[in-house]
Each structure stands twice: as structure tokens, then as C-alpha cells.
Design a protein around this ligand. Structure first.
Ligand SMILES: [Fe+2]
Length: 307
């Protein structure tokens, strides 16, 4: 979409174009070719935005105030810039660009801010919930490569919110809950107990939350269970599985939902035996078969601009 103002004269357009060119050329001497491309393109698109919407000085000032506030609220535990990137769909677009479609490879989605290194290892059929409250849910599937060959020993990290919509790291009691990792069997299969995912809001008590409110958008994320699957020679898969029927599938606040990742979390009739004989009143089950792309399908960059 291009917004054009009929009141802008050719002379004015020429002045604006001249400035863009001047800024672009200022990067001509950048030794790193990739950095030169990034900054030159950024200047082009940023100036196109400013001139397309005929940005007022008050609006630009408000934008700078907003970004300043995003910086001020950010600390070790709160990353408002990632939230901003998420709600603008930028995070999802970067993931899409870097996880190009490859055969039947499982689609990637946003990583999110709640992954923690060093989660507990569980055996096949173990329970990731720990002290997390929620409806028990049996999750099973296979990990295969793009040729359909099972992958043994793939590391499967899983994490999710509890039934109140909180990850363990959002509590201040150092609990470890609803996160674990396990390894696929020789035939690529895996299975574990989790809790049925429920919707939760992204943190919305800061500037990003205000932006969502001002635009009539919900901070809610569709119910999901996070996966990160790694195996030698394969592209690391970071994804979620989503609960079919969740009311937020169509308006996930970070645009993370992909149709192929929406699964049936089948409610089991009372008395239905569980796969491992565990006795629970009510439970669900979901099946998620994972296909990993080859590692060669991953993009890399040599740009380094931080010290
Ligand atoms: Fe999440």
C-alpha cells in the first residue's frame, strides 16, 4: 500500500528523494557488504514510511518517546523490544524468512521469551508438569527427517504455561514447572505427559500493551505448547502446537498460528484408560509428528555491529 498526497509538488518530491539518496550513499564506504545492504535498505524503507504517511513532527516525537519508554521498561526479566517485534509481526516474519519451506518439514513459529536453558530431563512417558496445575494431556509423535527416516536421539525441549496462564519463570519462587526435555527413541517416537495448554496474555502493562489497547487488539496468545527439536545434521525446529477450537487462533497477538500446527487435543471420555496406566479423572491426548529440514537449509549472516 502506498499513500500518496496530491498536495506534494514535484519539487518537494525531488527534495525528499535527494535526501534519501544522500543517506543511502553515506553507507557506501561500509566495509561489510551485508551491513551496507541492511543500512541502505533500512534508510530507503524508513524514508518511504515518513514520506508516504507525511509524518508530522509531533508524531515522530511521540514515536521516539514510545521507543524510549520501551527501552526504560526493559531489563533482565522484561524484554519490551521483543514484545514490540512480536506484536508487529516482525518476529514471525524473520522466522519465516529463515525457515524456508522445505518438503514436509514442520513449520516454525515464534520462540517466545519463556524458554530456559537446562530444563530437567524426563524419560519417555514422563511428566513435564511438575507442580504446574492443569488438565493432564498425553502428547506423542515421531521425529523424522525430510526423507521420512526416523531420527533417533533427537532432543525435544517442551515448555508451556500452567492452567492459570503463567510460565514457571513468572513466579518468584524459583519453581521449575511445565518444562522438560527428552530424547526420541530409536524409531523416532516420543511421548510425554503435559497439561492441556490454555490461552494467556503477553505482558500488556507497558507501552506495547498501550499500543494494543489503542488499536483495539487483544494481548491474548492462542493456547499452545512450545517445542524446540534439535538433531545433528538437521535445522533446529522452534515451534508450537496449538489447540484446535481455541478462541484466539484467529487473532493470536504475535501472529504465531499456522494451520499446520493446529492439532486436535482430544478429550477422553471418563474412564478411558491412559496409555501408561496412570489413573486420572479426565485427560486429553494430542499427536504431533515432526519433520526436520536438513541443516543446509539454514541461513547465516556475518554481520556484527555490537561490541
Ligand atoms: Fe508461550
Amino acid at each position: 500500500m502506498t499513500i500518496t498526497s496530491p498536495t506534494v509538488s514535484d519539487e518537494q518530491r525531488a527534495r525528499e528523494a535527494e535526501l534519501v539518496e544522500l543517506v543511502r550513499r553515506s553507507f557506501d564506504g561500509t566495509p561489510n557488504e551485508r551491513l551496507k545492504t541492511l543500512l541502505s535498505s533500512l534508510a530507503t524503507h524508513l524514508h518511504a514510511f515518513i514520506t508516504d504517511v507525511r509524518l508530522t513532527e509531533q508524531e515522530w516525537s511521540a514515536a521516539i518517546d514510545f521507543l524510549t519508554e520501551v527501552g526504560h521498561i526493559t531489563d533482565d526479566r522484561r524484554q519490551e523490544f521483543i514484545l514490540l517485534s512480536d506484536v508487529l509481526g516482525a518476529s514471525m516474519q524473520v522466522i519465516s524468512v529463515n525457515n524456508e519451506a522445505y518438503g514436509d518439514a514442520t513449520q516454525a513459529t515464534v520462540f517466545g521469551p519463556f524458554f530456559v536453558e537446562g530444563s530437567p530431563e524426563i524419560e519417555q512417558g514422563g511428566d513435564i508438569a511438575g507442580p504446574a496445575a492443569g488438565e493432564p494431556c498425553w502428547v506423542e509423535g515421531t521425529v523424522k527427517d525430510a526423507n521420512g527416516a526416523p531420527i533417533a536421539g533427537a532432543k525435544i525441549d517442551v515448555w508451556e504455561a500452567d492452567e492459570d496462564g503463567f510460565y514457571d519463570v513468572q513466579y518468584d519462587d524459583d519453581r521449575v514447572a511445565a518444562r522438560a526435555h527428552l530424547f526420541s527413541d530409536a524409531d523416532g517416537s516420543y511421548r510425554f505427559w503435559a497439561v492441556t495448554p490454555t490461552p494467556y496474555p503477553i505482558p500488556h502493562d507497558g507501552p506495547v500493551g498501550r499500543m494494543l489497547e489503542a488499536t483495539g487488539r487483544s494481548p491474548m496468545r492462542a493456547s499452545h505448547l512450545h517445542f524446540m527439536v534439535t538433531a545433528p545434521g538437521c535445522r533446529t525446529l522452534v515451534t508450537h502446537i496449538f489447540v484446535r477450537g481455541c478462541e484466539y487462533l484467529e487473532r493470536d497477538s504475535v501472529f504465531g498460528v499456522k494451520e499446520s500446527l493446529i492439532l486436535d487435543f482430544e478429550e477422553q471420555a471418563p474412564g478411558t484408560p491412559t496409555p501408561d496406566g496412570r489413573e486420572v479423572d479426565h485427560w486429553r491426548r494430542a499427536r504431533f509428528d515432526i519433520v526436520l529440514a536438513p541443516a543446509a537449509a539454514t541461513q547465516t549472516s556475518n554481520v556484527e555491529v555490537t561490541s
